[in-house]
Design a binder for this molecule. Structure first.
Ligand SMILES: CC(C)(COP(=O)(O)OP(=O)(O)OC[C@H]1O[C@@H](n2cnc3c(N)ncnc32)[C@H](O)[C@@H]1OP(=O)(O)O)[C@@H](O)C(=O)NCCC(=O)NCCS
Length: 245
């Protein structure tokens, strides 16, 4: 079962407090006649709550050791500035046909330097898994921008070929969902090219992601053939708690 893995907390680390008081400093609007607008309708209270939502990513669980069904283990932890060379080597180990579907040119040393030297967890929280001392998987939680969308985060996962099919991809998805759930986000989305990234569809489905929709012909492969993109979602809160049993 892909989601079946054992995790051990190794050492206490830090909480990444990401207070984003979105619009909190804005003065309250006054009605044209100078009276305070009504603030107690249920809708407005919800809207106000969203605007002042602070995301706190609870990272005390990391570094964490995770073991798999074949007996292998990895250490999962947030990306660090010293990871530049290891991260570049990792992405160079990913087959060209897989890299083609990634959103960024991950073989660019300048991009990897940017990612490792200017870590901005408020926007993107990258986790790496180390197996036998080298990076063997990377996953990132990207919180969507803007007041209206910041209750949702997207994830992306990549695993080096010789570490695939042992549950690592699902374990990384689960870690990122745990972090998003701890920050009280509402859902995690995963976008995959259906018939080219079928392992991702399989791994996500096995841990409880549901299908939201499909963009027909949303991506093309290296030969120019069109493929559908599938949008998968992990609802958080109670659904997520239940999905773990
Ligand atoms: C998707 C990816 C992260 C999965 O990593 P992984 O460590 O192999 O994931 P898991 O072992 O947890 O689960 C993979 C599941 O997919 C299945 N699978 C593997 N290849 C498959 C294929 N071609 N078609 C259908 N299912 C496949 C495996 O059997 C496994 O299921 P099982 O555990 O029930 O046997 C990895 O394949 C990868 O890095 N791919 C390239 C990048 C990518 O597609 N990323 C996803 C989009 S962001």
């Amino acid at each position: 079962m892909p989601g079946c893995y054992a995790a051990t907390k190794l050492a206490p680390a830090m909480d990444l407090r990401l207070s984003r008081c979105l619009g909190a400093e804005r003065p309250a609007k006054r009605s044209p006649r100078g009276t305070q607008p009504p603030t107690h309708s249920r809708f407005m209270m919800v809207a106000e709550g969203r605007r002042t939502m602070a995301a706190t990513y609870k990272m005390a669980a990391y570094p964490k050791e995770i073991s798999f069904r074949d007996g292998s283990t990895v250490i999962v932890r947030p990306l660090e500035p010293g990871d530049a060379d290891g991260l570049l080597d990792f992405f160079l180990s990913i087959p060209e046909e897989d890299r083609f579907f990634l959103k960024d040119d991950v073989t660019s040393p300048a991009l990897i330097r940017e990612w490792t030297q200017h870590l901005n967890f408020d926007r993107a929280l990258p986790l790496v898994a180390l197996g036998n001392g080298r990076i063997v998987a990377e996953g990132v939680l990207v919180r969507r921008r803007g007041n209206a969308r910041s209750h949702i985060a997207q994830i992306r996962i990549t695993v080096t070929p010789d570490w695939r099919n042992r549950g690592l991809g699902s374990a990384m998805m689960r870690e990122l969902c745990d972090i998003a759930a701890g920050a009280e986000l509402d859902a995690v989305h995963l976008e995959v090219v259906e018939d080219c990234e079928s392992a991702a569809v399989e791994a996500a489905g096995a841990i409880g992601f549901v299908r939201l929709g499909r963009i027909e012909g949303g991506a093309h492969d290296q030969q120019g053939h069109l493929h559908d993109i599938v949008l998968l979602a992990m609802p958080l809160h109670k659904y997520y708690e239940w999905s773990k049993y």
